[in-house]
Design a protein around this ligand. Structure first.
Ligand code: BV8
Length: 257
């Protein structure tokens, strides 16, 4: 693996005409108080991923899966976006005011980017606070009755086909949404800046997006506490907390060429 030369946020000037794609992971929400997945004391520590984030896990023990996701919904009540989320809103607004473009692909299901004011967001792994019917053939994909309620009492059932409802997130072994994937690939193929923030680069296909961006000729930056598993694929690595690095990285550093 090629050694990544560490960079500083001040080394980069993102011009107002840049075509930017940002990918975020659980690390950007860590400073809002949400646990990540694979750090020490991470979410998967108590719940092996195959038990709670797979269709098989849900089929085997829907109660336990609903408890896991309901605890995460509860956690969310006290969380607000942090300076990392806010910096991405600032960047999006600056690019839209210029003749640039901005696409935010988030693996997070916490909705904090939208709460911060980000508009062009692709929830590539779904949304924690939305619920859908577990029967893929059911016409009633969403049952709004449960979209914001926190399940602890009993497993909710679809009002249309009576199957269990489930969190509207993408589990391992499940395909990502076709519309979300199409939007993501379209943005990657025309980007000239690609920034991944707070992700371990373990989960595919999102971990391969940096390769798509490189193929499009983009500058690729990783902002993380440590080199991610796919760090080798990036041109630059900025080590640090997203809430500290991003405001410096996205600042408008004078008139751009
Ligand atoms: C699919 C559910 C087709 C929602 C999640 C072999 C090769 C390639 C692919 C595969 C393979 N075997 C299986 C696969 C496919 C599989 C996969 O990638 N497996 C991996 C584990 C190898 N992928 C899939 O199944 C996907 N579907 O590919 O369909 C298919 C199907 C079957 C077989 C083949 C193909 C579906 C993937 C979606 C899975 N769902 N969760 C939920 O509950 O949230 S994934 C889960 O991990 C979350 O969604 C999360 O978003 C995602 C990634 O985690 P991160 O966000 O990166 O978080 P993590 O804790 O890992 O890292 C945080 C980082 O932040 C750390 O590096 C830390 O240092 C840093 N950090 C912490 N604090 C800060 C910080 N950085 C900056 N500042 C801070 N303050």
């Amino acid at each position: 693996m090629r050694a990544l030369l560490p960079s500083e946020p001040g080394d980069f000037k993102i011009p107002n005409h840049a075509q930017v794609v940002v990918v975020t992971g659980a690390g950007i929400s860590a400073e809002s108080g949400l646990r990540t997945f694979r750090d020490s004391n991470g979410l998967w520590e108590e719940h092996p991923v195959e038990d709670v984030a797979t269709p098989e896990g849900f089929e085997a023990d829907p109660e336990m899966v609903w408890r896991f996701y309901s605890q995460r919904r509860e956690q969310l009540r006290d969380c607000v976006p942090n300076a990392g989320h806010d910096a991405l809103v600032t960047l999006e607004q600056r690019l839209k005011a210029g003749d640039g473009s901005f696409t935010l692909i988030t693996q997070n299901v916490d909705g904090l980017h939208q709460a911060a004011g980000s508009e062009e967001v692709i929830n590539i792994h779904g949304n924690l606070c939305e619920t859908k019917c577990s029967n893929n053939a059911c016409a009633q994909a969403h049952n709004t009755e449960w979209d914001t309620k926190f399940y602890f009492a009993h497993i909710p059932r679809c009002g249309h086909c009576n199957s269990y409802l489930r969190p509207a997130v993408v589990w391992f072994g499940e395909m990502l949404g076709l519309d979300e994937q199409r939007k993501a690939i379209n943005a990657l193929r025309r980007c000239d800046w690609f920034i991944a923030v707070g992700t371990s680069g373990v989960v595919y296909p999102v971990a391969s997006y940096v390769q798509e961006a490189r193929a499009a000729g983009a500058q690729t930056l990783l902002v993380n506490l440590e080199p991610s598993q796919n760090a080798y694929a990036f041109h630059h690595f900025i080590e640090g907390k997203s809430s500290e690095v991003l405001p410096k990285l996205v600042a408008d550093k004078g008139s751009s060429t």
